[in-house]
Design a protein around this ligand. Structure first.
Ligand SMILES: [Zn+2]
Length: 295
């Protein structure tokens, strides 16, 4: 599942390519016909990500997209329409296109391939949304209700800074949960944008066992965890992928990007203990029993 860094890149790309421009919106697959009719012919003002959710604001309406496990946007257009080809679940790259334009000067898009829930189109390109777990138009009240249930997003902090209020909110959310910290980090009401990889890698980096009760984490530990997740998510936005091993830390494994995620059964790069994996609430949890001791 795409984690928060992907959604923030997606929001930036939508802002760059679509904000302030009148777009056409369709639902080639038909499942978003009513929503598309409401959004088409208008100009999106801005897109924002909150955790794993994307919100595109158009006047009072808000287009909400949750990519879920399989969702992705793919972007196509002429040379002036630049950016990532796809953002979301991995998809095959389609061929570069030799653009054609209609009489109004709008690029003629390729026929939709597969189940395209929504297509947004501007004169120099278009984007196709496939496989989202949520795609709907919200009223301001509904938007307010959805975002109120989301925990703080570390990527909502000013560049290079820690927002003390958001960090405190995270700490209070952890303190109120009666689950392990490993389970709490996956709860989008505790912290928005963290998925399986950031959970494993942030707890490893801070030497916190995923089995520690969320409510008993010391204040310094939750502050350190917030700062760690902030740094890791920012790196993810900058690099376009999750890479928690920094240059020089790969130890003769140049392709390796993570300390523990998907490295079960192999020795920990830091302490040599064997990395473990088990299921927790249907998702795989990875940790090093040597570095992440239960106190
Ligand atoms: Zn270790």
């Amino acid at each position: 599942m795409p984690e928060g860094h992907t959604l923030h890149r997606l929001a930036s790309q939508i802002n760059r390519l679509f904000a302030g421009r009148t777009w056409r919106v369709t639902s080639p697959q038909g499942r978003f016909d009513a929503g598309a009719a409401r959004l088409t012919g208008r100009a999106p003002e801005r897109a924002e990500a909150h955790g794993k959710q994307l919100f595109v604001h158009l006047g009072p309406d808000i287009w909400q997209v949750h990519l879920g496990l399989y969702g992705a946007f793919s972007f196509r257009g002429d040379e002036s329409f630049s950016g990532a080809d796809t953002l979301g679940a991995p998809r095959t790259k389609t061929q570069t296109l030799s653009p054609e334009y209609d009489e109004a000067g709008w690029i003629v898009p390729e026929a939709p391939a597969g189940a395209v829930r929504a297509r947004v189109h501007v004169p120099n390109g278009w984007a196709d949304l496939r496989g989202p777990s949520k795609c709907q138009v919200l009223s301001p009240m509904q938007y307010e209700a959805v975002t109120r249930r989301l925990g703080p997003d570390p990527l909502h902090q000013p560049d290079g800074q820690i927002d003390a209020a958001l960090a405190a909110q995270f700490q209070q959310n952890l303190a109120r949960r009666r689950v392990s910290v490993g389970a709490a980090l996956m709860d989008q009401a505790v912290i928005a944008g963290v998925g399986n990889i950031y959970r494993a890698e942030s707890l490893f980096a801070e030497g916190i066992s995923p089995d520690v009760a969320s409510a008993v984490l010391a204040e310094e530990q939750s502050a350190a965890l917030w700062a760690r997740l902030t740094a890791q998510l920012r790196d993810g936005v900058a690099e376009g992928r999750i890479r928690t091993l920094r240059p020089g830390e790969e130890r003769r494994q140049p392709q390796r990007r993570h300390w523990v995620y998907q490295h079960q059964g192999t020795p920990c790069l830091r302490c040599g203990e064997i990395i473990r994996m088990r299921e927790l609430q249907g998702r795989r949890l990875y940790w090093c029993p040597g570095c992440q001791l239960v106190p």
